[in-house]
Design a protein around this ligand. Structure first.
Ligand code: SF4
Ligand code: SF4
Ligand code: SF4
Length: 574
């Protein structure tokens, strides 16, 4: 492709044909403000914040969609541009519930930042007197506040990219807003709870349904023993909430911080990721050997499970019966751990820290028996640490509490797309073929939409596929159903890139989201941890060996099925 030469604010740049002014400006180290634009998610030119002057164009043009041309001269900061942006912001503020003092996005809100930078008067235009729409609290995972929405449509694009389409623009002109079809509550819609809309939202119009007050109450209750466990990906993202670079592994500080929240114990959820692998790999082997339903799909992502139940109930027999690592941990604590330590399960308050909003919904499912009392996101944990006045940066590195401290590297990589597959392949290969020494399966790593590989284990071919993002999952389902895709085992994660990019992860400013590959950097932190672990196979974790020896006997035993497996049901929606 030919290069195009242009000048942006008098700085010469040369970029491939078809590049937008916004992308070219980045190469010239010029930042153009945006609100509706979000790299790889939304590019519609509707918010009008990125308007610039460009030779050859009539009037101001939206830099996010306008392509560069040979010899073009772009000015991004003229009085005309600045005046236009200021007016756009003041109009947005006139329709915005200004609760900045208590808004959870205060200090991390794109509208607030730009309004300050452009010296806006929030009262310049009269505030819309109709800002009293009810807040949608219907779902146990996402809260929607229409009166804080600026109609940027980033959430709509994120949801459509998930092939869900639970939300969209409703109405026209001044009364246009974002909502679900027929004005229904989010919980009644086809929403699967992935939270991708929350991390896309530039303001406080979407947030998780916070449950931290219940955690604080349990910590203060002397009749409760409180235990936390943290999901694999949380250690790779929590540091971002404290200003650390993307991809910093803060496992030790995270444990130290939780321990300082009160009289609590801190366990490692990577242990039940290991346990999931043992149960799932053995389930797969049994299905292959006994002619069971194939291909088998992973079931550790509740957003994906909800998608199957709602959109493809005919595929339910293909789902592994394993609970997610979160629910396995809840079951393990309320049975094995309580029995071993003489604790009445009702006195044990179990808190999981997860990258995910769908897991907030998952722990409310009746078939999970309330074994996890509370699930809080990475963002909520960060807020608890800040409320407790803990100086995160200065904390020492501390270790998880026994007996759930030591995990395998296979358990840790669960947080990235392809991690479950790789950990399962390690165990399946070792189980079926004792001589098989490979522990790295690079073909299933990385953030390609769909990854496929075939491995020969014990003389048998195992065909696998990995997909993250529900649009890609849909592609796989279609192929499996029409026979064009043939596999034995398929890993699906609802969030693009897997849990490292989950809907409960820290919300980062556009300046980072639009320039940095979050998924790769966060995943790299987990793969490094795996590499540094002397135990790479889930089956070789001493904790797992003890759990089977003392309680379950063997993977897929009757007792294991009772505590670690579950069932799913069709949930057809309009
Ligand atoms: S949580 Fe996921 S499925 Fe639900 S509205 Fe948001 S993006 Fe769509
Ligand atoms: S809810 Fe947030 S992401 Fe969605 S349109 Fe409103 S401001 Fe944009
Ligand atoms: S990919 Fe991870 S974070 Fe996203 S919905 Fe699934 S389990 Fe939750």
């Amino acid at each position: 492709m030919a290069n195009v030469n242009l000048k942006i604010n008098n700085i010469p740049v040369s970029v491939p044909e078809g590049t937008t002014i916004l992308e070219a400006a980045r190469l010239a180290h010029v930042t153009i403000p945006t609100l509706c634009y979000l790299k790889d998610v939304n590019c519609v030119g509707s918010c009008r914040m990125c308007l610039v002057e460009a030779t050859g164009a009539r009037g101001l043009v939206a830099a996010c969609v306008y392509p560069v041309a040979e010899g073009m001269e772009v000015k991004t900061n003229t009085e005309k541009c600045k005046k236009s942006r200021k007016m756009t912001l003041e109009l947005l503020l006139s329709k915005h519930k200004k609760e900045c003092l208590a808004c959870e996005r205060a200090g991390n809100c794109e509208l607030q930042r730009l309004s300050t930078e452009y010296n806006c008067d929030p009262q310049y235009f009269e505030t819309d007197p109709n800002l009293d729409h009810p807040i949608d609290f219907s779902a146990p995972y996402v809260v929607r506040d229409r009166d804080k929405c600026i109609n940027c449509t980033r959430c709509v694009a994120a949801c459509n990219k998930q092939h869900v389409g639970a939300i969209g623009p409703i109405g026209r002109g001044y009364s246009a807003h974002i909502g679900s079809a027929f004005g229904m509550d989010l919980m009644a819609s086809v929403c699967v709870g992935c939270g991708q809309c929350i991390v896309a939202c530039p303001v406080g119009a979407l947030r998780e349904r916070t449950t931290v007050d219940d955690v604080w109450a349990a910590i203060a209750d002397p009749s409760k023993k409180v235990v936390f466990f943290t999901a694999p990906s949380v250690r790779a993202t929590l540091g971002e909430a404290f200003g650390l670079p993307v991809g910093t592994n803060v496992e030790g500080k995270m444990v130290a911080a939780i321990r300082r929240l009160g009289d609590v114990e801190v366990f490692n959820m990577d242990i039940t990721a290991d346990l999931t692998i043992l149960e799932e790999a053995n389930e797969l082997i049994a299905r292959i050997q006994n002619g069971g339903t194939l291909p088998m799909f992973t079931s550790c992502c509740p957003g994906w499970v909800k998608y199957v139940e709602q959109k493809h109930p005919e595929m339910i027999p293909h789902l592994s019966t394993c609970k997610s690592p979160q629910e396995m941990f809840g079951g393990l604590l309320k049975t094995y751990y309580c029995e071993k330590n003489g604790i009445d399960p009702k006195d044990l308050y179990v808190v999981s820290v997860i990258p995910c909003t769908a897991k907030k919904y998952e722990c409310t499912r009746p078939e999970m028996n309330g074994e996890v009392d509370n699930a809080i996101t990475t963002r909520e944990l960060a807020r608890m640490i800040k409320t407790a006045g803990i100086d995160f940066a200065d904390l020492p590195d501390e270790k998880f509490d026994d007996p759930f401290a030591t995990c395998s590297g296979g358990g840790t990589i669960f947080g990235a797309t392809g991690g479950v597959m790789e950990a399962a392949l390690r165990v399946a290969a070792k189980t079926l073929d004792g001589e098989f020494e490979v522990v790295d399966f690079p073909e299933v790593r990385g953030t390609a939409p769909i990854k496929e590989a075939t491995y020969k284990v014990a003389g048998k071919e195992i065909r696998v596929a990995v997909a993250s993002g529900l649009m890609n999952a849909e592609e796989i389902i279609k192929g499996v159903q029409d026979g064009s895709r043939r596999y034995d085992f398929i890993e699906i994660m609802a969030c693009p890139g897997g849990c490292v990019n989950g809907g409960g992860q820290p919300t980062l400013p556009d300046s980072i989201r639009n320039t940095v590959n979050l998924k790769d950097l966060r995943a790299a932190a987990l793969y490094t941890s795996d590499k540094e672990n002397s135990i790479r196979l889930s089956s070789e974790s001493p904790v797992i060996e003890t759990i089977y020896k003392e309680y379950f006997g063997a993977p897929n035993s009757e007792k294991a099925h009772e505590v670690l497996h579950t069932h799913y049901h069709a949930d057809k929606r309009i």
